[in-house]
Ligand binder design. Sequence first.
Ligand SMILES: Cc1cc2nc3c(=O)[nH]c(=O)nc-3n(C[C@H](O)[C@H](O)[C@H](O)COP(=O)(O)OP(=O)(O)OC[C@H]3O[C@@H](n4cnc5c(N)ncnc54)[C@H](O)[C@@H]3O)c2cc1C
Length: 506
Amino acid sequence: MTKYDHIVVGSGISGLTTTLLLALSGHKVLLLEKAPRLGGSLARFTRKGVPFDTGFHFTGGLIHGGLLYRLLSTLGLFDAVEPLFMSANHAHRFVLESEDRIIDLPAGIPHLRQKLKDEFPAEQNAVDGYLDRVIRVCSQTVGMDLNLIGESSPHLEEETISLKSVVDGLTTDPILKSVVYGLGMCYGVKPSEVSFATHARVCFDLYESTARLRDGGESLLQAFEQAFRKLDVEVRCNSWIAECGRVTDRRVESFILNNGQEVSAEATILTIHPNQILQLLPREHLSRAFVDRVESFEPSAGFFTVYGLLEDESDTAFGGTIVSLFPSPDFESLLDPGYRGDPALVICGSTENVRGVTHRAITTFEPSFPSHVAAWKDSRTGHRPPGYAEYKAGRVEAIRRHLGRYDTSYTDCFRVLDSASILTYRDYLHSPEGSAYGIKQKVGQYNLIGKLPIRNLFAAGQSALLPGIAGAMMSSFFVMRSVLGKDSFNRLIASARSMRALPGGA
Ligand SMILES: Cc1cc2nc3c(=O)[nH]c(=O)nc-3n(C[C@H](O)[C@H](O)[C@H](O)COP(=O)(O)OP(=O)(O)OC[C@H]3O[C@@H](n4cnc5c(N)ncnc54)[C@H](O)[C@@H]3O)c2cc1C
C-alpha cells in the first residue's frame, strides 16, 4: 500500500487549489484526475489550430484587492497570469430584444449605480436598495476574508430569501429586473430559486470588474503545474478511486484505485460532483437523511455552445464586452428547462494569436438542460445516434440566426468551427449531467461542503459554496481550514502574505 498525507480527487480549479495549499503546508499529496489531462473546466482545446476555453471565459475579482486577486496571490500565482479587463464603459452589454433596448453595464459599482439611475430615473431608490444590499451581503460574508474563511458566519437573512422576492419588493419595472437578473447566466438558477446572498456574492466582483485571462484557464493551469514541480505532489491522470477499503471508527483506511493499486491518506478531499461523492461513499455508513439530501440536488443550467471565428474587422460585434442577448425579460422562463421560446445567448470574444496570425475567436452559450438531450442520454462522445447530429445542427443554425439579428457581421463573417451540447460537457468533464455550475444552489439549501459522514473524507468544488472559478477556489480554502486545522491554516495564509507582501485583508 502506498501512503500519502493527503489525496485530492479531481483536478479542476478546486482540486488544483486544494493540492497546492496542502503541498505548500509541507504535505505529500496525490492528485487523481479521471480525464487524460489535468484542468477540468480550466483546460483549453483547439479547433483548426485556434484555442477555445472549456469552462472559464471571464471572471470578476482580478482587480487589485479583488477576491480572485487575493486567492491567487496567496498561492503565489497571480504574477503568472495576465488579466485582460473588459471595457470600463461596457464590461457587460445586455440586449433586451423584445424591448429593443441595449443597456451597457460599466465596471465599478459607483459607475454602475449612476448608469442605472440614468437609465431608470424613476427607480433611484430601487437601484440604491439593490446595490446597497449586494454590498452589505458581501461585506458580512466572512468567507470573503481569508483570515476568517471557515469561521461561523452571522446569520444573513438574504440566505433564506430568494433574489426574486427581494427584487419584487424593490421595483415593478420589468426592464430593471432583467438588468438585475442578467448575470444569473453566471450561476444558472432562476431568480425565484436562488438566494439573494448567492446572487450577490457572484455578482459583486463581476460588477466591480470583469476580465478574461490571456491564454484563458490554460495559463492558470500551467502556473499550478509549475508550482507542483517544486513540491511533493504526485499527479496521476486517467486515475480514480474504484472503491473504498475498510471503514473503522468512521474513517476509511485505504482506497483501491482503478489500476488495482491500494493507497491510503490521512484525509481525502473530493472536488467532484456531490452525486459522484455519494457513489463513492460506502452506503452502510450513511444515514437515509444524508442520502436523500444529496439525491435531492438538481443540476444548474448547462450550455449549448458554438465555437467559431469572426472573420471581419468590425469591432461592433467583437469588442471588450460580454454580450448577453435576452429575447424576453422573463428570467423565470429563460432559465426554465420547459421554456420553448427563443433562448438567451451569451457571446464572449477573445483575440488569439496563432503562429503570427490573429484570430477573433467567438464562443456563444445558450442555456440548456438534461431534458433537451434526454433522447441521447445513454450515448457517449464519438458514439452518438444520427438524431443527435440533427439536434446539434438545428441549434447551431438557430444560434447563427440569433447572432445575425444582433449584428450582421455574424450573418456574413462568422465561421462555425464546432459545437458542444451538455452531453459533450458531461462526458468531457465527468460530471453527471453536464451542468455548467454543478448543482443548482437553491435558497435555504444545505450544500455538501467540508467533512463528510466518513470523517477523513471532505467535499469541496463548485457545488460546495459558490459556483464559478472564484467560488470553486474559495471552497478549497474553506475546506483546507478544517483539514489543516485553524492554526496551521492561518499560519499558511500569514506566511504567504508576508512572503508576497499582501495587504492585511488578504
Ligand atoms: C460551458 C461553461 C462555461 C462556464 N463559464 C464560466 C466563466 O466564464 N466563468 C466562471 O467563473 N465559471 C464558468 N463556468 C463554471 C466554472 O468552469 C466552474 O464553476 C469551475 O471551473 C468548477 O471547478 P471545479 O474544480 O469545481 O470542477 P471541474 O473544473 O469540473 O473539475 C472537476 C474535475 O474532476 C474530474 N473528475 C470527475 N470525477 C472524477 C473522479 N471520480 N475521479 C477523478 N477525477 C474526477 C473531472 O474530470 C474534472 O477534471 C463555466 C462552466 C461551463 C461548463
